[in-house]
Design a protein around this ligand. Structure first.
Ligand code: CP
Length: 292
């Protein structure tokens, strides 16, 4: 495996081998790789950027970061040709976060530089999907038979698109909840059901994953007001009491909109556990892609 662009390119065996590496790295195993890795982040990021950078450095890889406005993409150079330039300089991998969807991506697969998707538009966020799956595997031992509910802006969520595929792969059931305008029209590719009422969803779910309203991707205003959205779909103190176990949020959480600010670090929250698992997940991915 050279690239990680979409979780749909992974077999269950690939994911299991990432999980084994994740656990090993978490227990303190260290391996060393050589070479240079470019981090090309054309969209903002805290968790993904800093955990990838940490993961690279833990593995002995040199990192070079460029954010939005810092490359010749600003001057009209295409993303593909930017990758070709980095490839020609001998970079081993590019970890990229971009506002556009990299699909279809067949032309990119012949590049010898490894491509690692850190989030492309509304398409995929493979390593966040792995973070969410591995966090629940750690907590529950398995996800088979679990009911997992995503609440919020599912339509624009690359986290959902990666996570739902992985949870289905490991035998969980997936449902979504949110304003109908923020739900994909066709849920069949995600093997997910729609539960319009969040309180019914909470009753059904073993784990609830709240998602941020991605206003930067809104073409029009989908939500009448954040206050009414919070009351209708957010994690309130009343709903918190009804959670069967834990809630997750890939971050960044929009406090007071997705989740009551007093609950984000409460006992049933896996928010920081997800973030703290990030570097180990990314070490596993980097090691598997770059050690062969
Ligand atoms: N979950 C996630 O991608 O967070 P960041 O945008 O902070 O990287």
């Amino acid at each position: 495996m050279k690239h990680l662009i979409s979780v749909k390119d992974l077999t269950k065996e690939d994911v299991e081998s990432f999980y084994k590496l994740f656990l090993d790295f978490k227990k303190g195993r260290r391996e060393f790789l050589e070479g240079h890795v470019a981090l090309l982040f054309l969209e903002a990021s805290t968790r993904t950027r800093f955990s990838f950078e940490l993961a690279c450095r833990e593995l002995g890889l040199n990192t070079y970061y460029a954010g939005r406005g810092e490359t010749s993409i600003e001057k009209g150079e295409s993303f593909y040709h930017t990758l070709k330039v980095l490839e020609s300089m001998g970079y081993r991998a590019v970890i990229f976060r971009v506002p556009f969807v990299l699909f279809p991506y067949d032309p990119y697969l012949s590049l010898s530089i490894s491509l690692i998707n850190a989030g492309d538009g509304t398409h995929q966020h493979p390593t966040q999907g792995l973070v969410d799956l591995f966090t629940l595997l750690e907590v529950f031992g398995k996800v088979e038979g679990l009911n997992i509910l995503y609440v919020g802006d599912v339509k624009h969520s690359r986290v959902f698109r990666s996570g739902a595929y992985l949870f289905n792969m490991f035998g969980a059931r997936v449902a979504v909840c949110g304003p109908s305008v923020l739900i994909p029209e066709d849920l069949s590719p995600f093997e997910a059901q729609y539960i319009p009422d969040v309180d019914e969803g909470i009753e059904w779910a073993h784990v609830v994953i709240w998602l941020r309203l991605q206003e930067e991707r809104f073409l029009q205003s989908y939500v009448p007001s954040k206050e009414s959205y919070f009351l209708q779909y957010g994690l309130t103190k009343e709903r918190y009491k009804k959670l069967k176990s834990f809630f997750m949020h890939p971050g960044p959480a929009n406090l007071g909109v997705d989740v009551d600010p007093e609950l984000i670090h409460a006992e049933k929250s896996l928010y920081l556990k997800q973030a703290s698992n990030g570097p180990f997940v990314r070490m596993a991915v980097l090691y598997k892609l770059l050690s062969s």
